[in-house]
Ligand binder design. Structure first.
Ligand code: ATP
Length: 199
């Protein structure tokens, strides 16, 4: 089976994430896409919401999609979360006969050479890079110099391009603005009920 893996802080999960995962699933005919909320990542500071809330919002957001799954694999591992460990473990758990496709935005692709063991990551799975407004597609030759072999393991999607970020959502909530068009209804409700992201 072809299986998608979509890691993120999901603080909170938003419609951009869902559309991206759906685009990758449809384009590559993925049987399932695993959403993997990060515990603590080396890329983002310490001020992310506790994992329980982020996990719960992912659960609510993906509930209507039978082929979207939640993996709490990073919550179960102590210390910082590294993608290489996550996809290595998932590959083993799901069965090594499955082909993994790691979904990420063009902004994250630009950072990819600085992740831990990028060469190992592209050995285990392929990368699916989705456009993100405001971020150009990283130069493929430069990527190839930093991570030899990446060109053959990289699938670049040209659609969709959605200008939504979790940062904008957190700011809007703090300012008392509506986020109903940016996140699934159940996530908006959860944020409201739990009084998340208020100043
Ligand atoms: P923040 O604003 O807090 O940095 P975010 O919206 O970037 O959050 P993350 O959970 O950090 O969300 O993102 C997880 C993955 O989804 C990353 O690979 C990121 O590149 C990608 N991603 C998030 N939003 C978009 C978007 N609108 N278009 C394309 N990729 C996106």
């Amino acid at each position: 089976m072809k299986i998608g893996v979509f890691g993120g802080t999901f603080d909170p999960i938003h419609n951009g994430h869902l559309k991206i995962a759906e685009a990758a699933r449809a384009k590559l005919d993925l049987a399932e896409v695993y959403f993997v909320p990060a515990a603590r990542t080396p890329m983002k500071g310490g001020s992310i919401l506790p994992a329980e809330h982020r996990v719960e919002m992912v659960r609510l957001a993906i509930a209507p999609y039978p082929y979207f799954k939640l993996s709490t694999i990073e919550m179960e591992r102590p210390g910082l979360s590294y993608t290489v460990d996550t996809i290595n473990e998932l590959h083993g758990k799901l069965g090594v006969e499955n082909e993994l496709f790691f979904i990420l935005g063009w902004d994250s692709l630009a950072q990819f050479p600085r992740w831990r063991e990028p060469a190992r990551i592209i050995q285990i799975g392929r990368l699916v890079a989705v456009p993100r407004p405001g971020y150009p597609l990283p130069d493929k030759d430069a990527l190839e110099v930093s991570v030899p072999g990446i060109s053959e393991r990289l699938i670049v999607l040209e659609k969709p391009a959605l200008d939504i970020s979790a940062t904008e959502i957190r700011q809007r909530v703090a300012e008392g603005l509506s986020i109903r068009h940016l996140v699934p209804e159940a996530v908006a409700e959860y944020i409201k009920e739990n009084r998340l992201y208020l100043r």
